[in-house]
Design a protein around this ligand. Sequence first.
Ligand code: BG6
Length: 475
Amino acid sequence: MYQIAKVKSETRGKVHWMALQEADQLVIFGISGDLAKKMTIPSLYRLERRELLKLPILGVAFDAWTEEQFIAHARESVETVEGSVDDAVFTRLADRITYIHGDFTDDALYQEISKQINGKKAPCFYLEIPPGLFVVVAQNLAKADLLHGDARVVFEKPFGTDYDSAKQLNDDLHKIMREDQVFRLDHYLGKDQVQDILYVRFSNTFFEPLWDRHYVDSIMITMAEDFGVEDRGSFYDKVGTLRDVVQNHLLQTLSLVTMEVPTDDFAITRYDLFRTIPSLEPEQVVRGQYEGYQEIKGVAENSDTETFIAAKFKINSLRWSGVPVFIRAGKNMPVKATEVVVRMKMLPPFVINGRLRASRWYDDVVFRLGSKPGLNMAIRVKQPGLDKMEPVELNLDFQQAEGGTPEPYEVLLMGAIHGVRALFPDEGTIEETWRIVQPVIDNPPPVISYKSGTWGPDEAQKMTEKHGGWREPTI
Ligand code: BG6
């Protein structure tokens, strides 16, 4: 079962060549939900402000609201997230939205959708609904003849809960639509700062030639959150950190740090990289749970769900063999920060000016992926007036240098509308990432308790000792 998943070559061939035409209608299932309130509606508003929206939007939900009620709700959501509402922009957005409600399993709803979007050749359906309804809705769309030609469907995460369920979901969807119509959303791939890793790596002479086992000692990825599970207890307790952020966000991030240059088709390059990563060994994993987690509403008594994980991965490729990749992620950590550290090997001792010098520090290239995106590295320079070298920090702030960046949901909504598949994991990638984490799902090491505000269990600290230890995030 943990064999490397085979990707149907006929599907991959098509992915490579077929470009969907720009969508002429957006249909959002679950538009009255929490995710839409926090992310989708504010993102649509920002796209409207940037004058990028050109198509009508049909909102579909369970809630029996009138259109006026929905528009009032949308306005409130924009106000909460943005702090204020530009009336002209909001009116433009409201004018393109129609709201209908109904039961997602009822044929009548799909007849109504059909009527509403009559004549559209390339509708984009975005399903931000419970994953248990993905196949049902897709089947109903197909039954109503809405998945023809250039229609596409965007699936909000999670896409499967383990290898088997993800594979089953892929197989079920392929009975209904082509792979090039399936867009699986991972909001990390919509972050400009995450995509930027690839551009920085490949477009700079002082990075590109050094990016391999000859010069890199190790790679460390940290995703730390300084808050707990709070009101998401019942969701989180069934999921845990490995499924919540490692299988998806952090492995996708790792792919951008380590993949070959994707000359054309990201799906193939990403897939090739994941194929070289062996499945995780449970002995190389530390799971933690913060003290007090079990008192949270919705968390099972004696729950052994992890709220922290640290794991050591390998990559068996000519570029990376022998370079360990450490990933850690956790709730209630000392800070909120996500960053990638590419740790370069130390130089051997050498003589300058008659004295033997030995490096005392690793050279780290740090990509900050959180709220202050940027890049950090240190250059060793001679201390003024002394025959000594010390590192001087270079701290690049991408926002200052390049201006504000769009939010991930803006990028991904536009990506789906324009059919940019590079921004979405394909079927092979999804199955490979689940294959990589599956042994830990099957045989999880015991959870070790840790205090909130610390970096998790000591065992996780020890994991990187031979490689200079984890780096404290540079916020
Ligand atoms: C979500 C997880 O997918 O990503 C959350 O379900 C996590 O638990 C969030 O907090 C982190 O996203 P970001 O963009 O804030 O790093």
